[in-house]
Design a protein around this ligand. Sequence first.
Ligand code: MSP
Length: 470
Amino acid sequence: MEQNLQFSTKNERILITTPIFYPNAEPHIGSVHTMVLADFYNRCFKKFGYDSLLLTGLDEHGNKVYNAGLKYLESNSNKSIMDFLNEISDKFKQICNIFHINYDKFIRTTDEDHKNRVKQLWKTLESKNLIYEGIYKGYYSLRDETYYQENELIDGKSPSGDNVKYEESKCYFLKSSIFLDQIKSFYHNKIDATLPNNRQNAITQYISKELNDICISRQNCNWGIDIPDHENDGKIYVWFDALINYLCLWENRKVIHFVGKDILIFHGLHWLIILMALNYNPFDHIIVHNWWMVDNDKMSKSLGNVINPNILVDNFGYECVRFYMIKENLINSDGQFNIELMIEYFNAFLVNKFSNLVYRVETILYKNFGNLDKKIEKNEEFQDLNNKLHNMILIGNINEYLNILFKEMDDLNAFVDKNEIWKSPELGLKIYNKIKTILNFMEPIIPTINYYWNEKNPIMLFKSKKDITI
Ligand code: MSP
């Protein structure tokens, strides 16, 4: 089967990134979704023998975040914008802990070393004569922190439906257009740059006609990184500032960016241009997912229609929410967040297929042979299963990763019933190692599974949940 993610050896060093989130409000399930997918991938890569790191963090500059900070100051007059950002940052870190997002670095764009890196790279681009001063004319959407041209507007609004404001201002441009051919040949030669592959069309269509130079500063912004030697000319554009975050762990790693579809062009095009301009290696892949929706609108902090992940976790446990996100994954389409379905999946898959199998077999073995050897070791006997799952990760088919695992459980459950292993417990011994192998591959899905597993002999890992109205 053809692989999409091209890695030649298992010793490859990999960097997996999430977008860095705007801390204009607390995290919602849309933010958690990108983190869960990226974390699932990072754990899988580790399991399959790669040296993989996970980078996440916060995008703390720009007017959107600043306005949220000002609002906070209205009722916290003795505090500062940084106090506001520190509070939200703690909430994001808490949510990472709750969902077991095992990041290697949590970057904040207000970190001094990040700010210095951005300024230094700005100077590098300037010294290469790739930055020039001009006038920007365009329609600005605060929610998207993006300029649009008139022909991109839909009914006078931004493509995402936000109100826009016409602005003309002095700003600095990056000579992006000179990279047009390089960008075209990058995508021509790398048909698997995005996953799903057809996402690439959006990028190639965008550049099929011409490529405008990117505006990399904002005149009317007072919360951001100063432009080196031009402190009175506004601030460095929040997207230029934010994308640079990835470079903090970039060296000698193959890079996979996880992004929502709304920010594909920023990564697939603008970021690639910045990398080319700076002479950095390009990223290797961008994995794109769709959105959690609420009544046909994207769930978003700015729209205020968000589902709070803490409430879900308090009521149903993080395992239930994380499993639902991985199962739905949104790689192929948008999804309505459906609590009933979330519970149904939990009961059908984690309880009925997985926990019951483990519990039934362990109970019989424990009763007949006493304490069980719970150690999970790499088992050559199941190399085939390992290879199949590994391949699904390289293909980027999360659904099939789950299908393979749960099919194995179905087969084992059928084996238990068919052979009535309670009558011949030695048959239970035969399948115990396979169960342990399955459990091992469940760990990227439910990271705490090993703690539970080692706790008790025998163990019912998950119990059925009832639907509750929250
Ligand atoms: N700060 C920028 C990213 C800079 S990366 C250098 C940003 N932040 S965001 O907080 O608005 O969004 C971060 C991620 O969350 C994006 O990938 C976005 O697609 C994702 N989600 C935000 N709302 C979402 C849903 N309703 N559903 C699924 N994911 C969505 O963009």
